[in-house]
Write a protein that binds this ligand. Structure first.
Ligand code: ADP
Ligand code: MG
Length: 185
């Protein structure tokens, strides 16, 4: 079938677009699932509720090789496989999905860049393997122009370069910014 990759900064609507695409498949009677890494605690652990109340089967897996193997081993149960926050998985995920996409419809949402503006390796590979890329932008919180980057803030100030790559947070910690207003001290 095919591999669709949805990418962009935080707040660009990646998860919304993932749900929209999976939901259409579900309505058409396809067997669907969405996997999420355990690291992302912002959502209810075992289901994704879409805007129109449809409940999508969602499974949480650890973002390591074991988790990737689990996803690959369960594909017999599904026609369509969605993965949210794919950048948190090791890049072996991209190789596995590249193979699975021969038979299955795979839809993946992945952050483009980390808070320093550096690419996530897993996302880079997914984009290269993709049959279709959906590139989304948010709105820059400073100037209102299209935002392609994610600004990390600590006590309201740009986070320094040496802070850890993974730091789960929402709008108190992150802002969408354009290239000009993305700052890494
Ligand atoms: P993502 O998965 O890419 O982080 P979501 O699908 O979870 O995005 O949510 C995107 C939502 O974030 C938008 O629908 C909007 O309501 C909200 N939002 C918050 N800040 C911004 C911003 N700066 N630009 C655009 N949308 C924003
Ligand atoms: Mg999201």
């Amino acid at each position: 079938m095919m591999l669709v990759v949805i990418t962009g900064p935080m707040f660009s609507g990646k998860t919304t677009e993932l749900i929209r695409r999976i939901e259409r498949q579900m309505i058409a009677g396809r067997r669907v699932v969405i996997y999420k890494p355990t690291i992302d605690t912002r959502y209810h652990p075992s289901s994704v509720i879409s805007h129109n109340g449809l409940k999508i089967n969602a499974l949480v897996v650890p973002p390591d090789e074991e988790g990737v193997k689990r996803i690959a081993s369960e594909t017999i149960n599904y026609d369509v496989i969605g993965i949210d926050e794919a950048q948190f998985f090791p890049s072996i995920l991209a190789e596995e999905l590249n193979k699975l996409a021969i038979e299955k419809m795979i839809v993946v949402s992945a952050l483009n860049l980390d808070f320093k503006g550096e690419p996530f390796e897993t996302t880079m590979k997914l984009l290269a393997y993709a049959d279709k890329v959906v590139s989304l932008t948010a709105i820059c919180k400073v100037c209102g122009k299209p935002a392609t980057r994610t600004q990390r803030l600590i006590n309201g100030k740009p986070a320094p370069r040496d802070s850890p790559r993974v730091l789960v947070g929402g709008s108190e910690t992150y802002e969408a910014r354009c290239r000009k207003h993305h700052i890494v001290p």
